[in-house]
Ligand binder design. Structure first.
Ligand code: B16
Ligand code: MG
Length: 221
């Protein structure tokens, strides 16, 4: 890849630590359902849509046949209401170290920036962090037919910017997201535990976003 045309970011776990709020809200719902929900199991939900996350929790508790789809929608809405309440405590300073600087650096170098988050709450999170205007495009997860690990959301993030996927970089913290980036033929950057990110297929790995610079990306591709 000679010139980077766009960098496409995940949100939860890459820009801000909302993963912990997701965990707390799912754990409370799981408790009500009598399901033992651990931090380890929560890892499997990263990058996965709300309703798919609920399905996985129901399978964990052997409750997959217990609810009609309207009841499942109500359970997912209950979790989301609690999650949105927790988001109210989020402030501008909660943005991960170096992320704002990296995005500004990309923009100064005429590299477009988009967001490919599975979260329907992404717009309110970007607003709370006051970074909406830093993104050239935010993909609506409802606009793509298949969620992560399918590449659709990353491809939509590139298409909207008129960027060639082969000249795009994707940044993710979840195994499902790294797979989506790889299948979109983009360069995968993983944020997280090196062994896990390596296993997922990330080609550049940082444990802390403060280490992620344009220079490091350019040297790695
Ligand atoms: P919501 P990302 C994902 O965001 C989260 O990793 C995942 O845990 C969550 O279930 C999903 O968004 C949907 O979120 O319930 O807010 O629509 O990592 O793709 O930015
Ligand atoms: Mg994520």
């Amino acid at each position: 890849m000679k010139k980077i045309e766009a960098v496409i970011f995940d949100l939860d776990g890459v820009i801000v630590d909302t993963a912990h709020f997701h965990f707390l809200a799912w754990r409370n719902l799981a408790r009500e359902l009598g399901v033992d929900f651990t931090l380890e199991f929560n890892e499997k939900l990263k990058g996965i849509s709300r309703i798919e996350s609920l399905e996985k929790i129901l399978v964990l508790g052997n409750l997959q046949d217990k609810y009609f789809s309207e009841e499942k929608e109500a359970l997912a809405a209950k979790k989301n209401n609690e999650y949105v309440e927790l988001l109210k405590d989020m402030k501008e300073c909660d943005i991960y170290l170096g992320i704002k600087e990296l995005i500004n650096e990309l923009r100064e170098n005429n590299i477009k920036v988009s967001l490919a988050s599975a979260s329907k709450n992404a717009p309110i999170i970007l607003e709370a962090l006051r970074i909406t205007e830093l993104f050239d495009y935010v993909v609506d997860p409802d606009s793509v037919s298949k969620g992560k690990p399918a590449p659709d959301i990353f491809l939509a993030g590139a298409k909207a910017l008129g960027a060639n996927p082969e000249k795009c970089v994707g940044v993710e913290d979840a195994e499902a997201g790294i797979k989506a980036i790889l299948d979109a033929n983009m360069f995968p950057v993983g944020v997280g535990t090196p062994s896990e990110m390596q296993k997922a297929g990330a080609k550049l790995i940082v444990t802390n976003t403060k280490d992620l610079t344009l220079d490091l990306i350019v040297r790695s591709i």
